[in-house]
Design a binder for this molecule. Structure first.
Ligand code: AMP
Ligand code: TRP
Length: 322
């Protein structure tokens, strides 16, 4: 049976990039193996330094994931910090991770490029991510394209440790990335990301959502002129949430000219609102009993910790700590 694992940082409410890049594939994977998904609160600490926000975001991620169809009877949805073995394994892996490998990682490079001073947590974060994955002997890691590099780093570290202490100490994982969903665009046409302030949350209020959709950046092609559906963020987002016939209609209307971007944005809003309607209902039910959500996450933490405990016994013995 395959072991599937992925994580999401509680740095804000989940957005469409998170949903299509990771949550939706993860929810599909829960049918196909033993799935472990976690809210990466240790990771969020590299950038979230407000305790109240961290607590609230952690809960929001759990709620959203459950609302979107994560089934706690099939997948273990836990909070990373309920399993402190993640940090212990990260230290062991650090001692086998060449600095240049981390200097090459994109989050660190982006920080330098923007003249920001990265903290050590941000620099070392791919090692913690490797620990997250290796701790559960994961075979498959469903993620968006931006995480591919980190899964490669994990494979390199695991391979090097296996050569030192014996093949088979760690399972070599594989990233699972769905090409069409790998990078969801944001309001400004760049990759949708909390750090670019261009996100569309899954469960925004109707009015706020409408306003956001209307603010999607477009070019200045006049209403009458034909437009290129391939290069448009409106079209790209619409393809995620609308049915095939509606997508074909929108693309035909783009090419024909005579329809303005405002009209296309309205269609996008309607489809998006419909797409998330059942999940919105489920979310409202779950939100009425936050204690139940906390209990699901806590019980999952105990299941995850039992697995992590067994891995650490094996690893401590292998490296000579025991
Ligand atoms: P994060 O919010 O950075 O923890 O991301 C959680 C998951 O969502 C990761 O697997 C990311 O690859 C995925 N993800 C984030 N933004 C996008 C995006 N714009 N398109 C596709 N996947 C994304
Ligand atoms: N680094 C991932 C992100 O920013 C989140 C994450 C942490 C993760 N640990 C993981 C994803 C392990 C997959 C597996 O999106």
């Amino acid at each position: 049976m395959k072991r599937i694992l992925s994580g999401i940082k509680p740095t804000g409410a989940p957005h469409l990039g998170n949903y299509f890049g990771m949550m939706k594939p993860a929810i599909e994977w829960q049918e196909k193996g033993e799935a472990f998904y976690f809210i990466a609160d240790y990771h969020a600490l590299t950038s979230v330094h407000d305790p109240k926000a961290l607590r609230e975001n952690t809960r929001a991620v759990a709620l959203d994931f459950l609302a979107c169809g994560l089934d706690p009877a099939k997948a273990v949805l836990f909070r990373q910090s309920d399993v402190p073995e993640h940090t212990e394994l990260a230290w062991l892996l650090s001692c086998h991770t060449p600095m240049p490998m981390l200097e090459n990682c994109h989050a660190f490079k982006d920080h330098l490029a923007k003249n920001k001073t990265p903290n050590h947590g941000l620099f070392a974060y791919p090692v913690l991510m490797a620990a997250d994955i290796l701790l559960y002997d994961s075979n498959v890691v469903p993620v968006g394209r931006d995480q591919k590099q980190h899964v490669e780093v994990t494979r390199d570290i695991a391979g090097s440790i296996n050569r030192t202490y014996g093949e088979g100490l760690f399972v070599i994982p594989e990233a699972s990335i769905i090409p069409q969903l790998a990078t969801v665009v944001g309001l400004d046409g760049q990759k949708m990301s909390k750090s670019y302030n261009n996100t569309i949350g899954l469960f925004e209020e109707e009015k706020a959502l409408r306003k956001k959709i209307m603010s999607i950046v477009t070019d200045s092609t006049p209403v009458e002129a034909p437009k290129d559906p391939a290069g448009s963020s409106i079209g790209a987002l619409y393809r995620l949430v609308a049915g095939e016939a509606d997508v074909e209609k929108m693309e035909a209307d783009f090419r024909a000219g005579g329809t303005g971007y405002g009209d296309f944005k309205k269609r996008l809003f309607e489809s998006l609102w419909e797409f998330f309607r059942p999940m919105r209902q489920r979310r409202a039910e779950l939100a009425s009993d936050p204690g139940a959500v906390d209990a699901i996450v806590k019980a999952a933490g105990e299941r995850a910790r039992a697995v992590a405990h067994r891995t650490m016994e094996r690893v401590r013995t292998a490296v000579g700590l025991r």
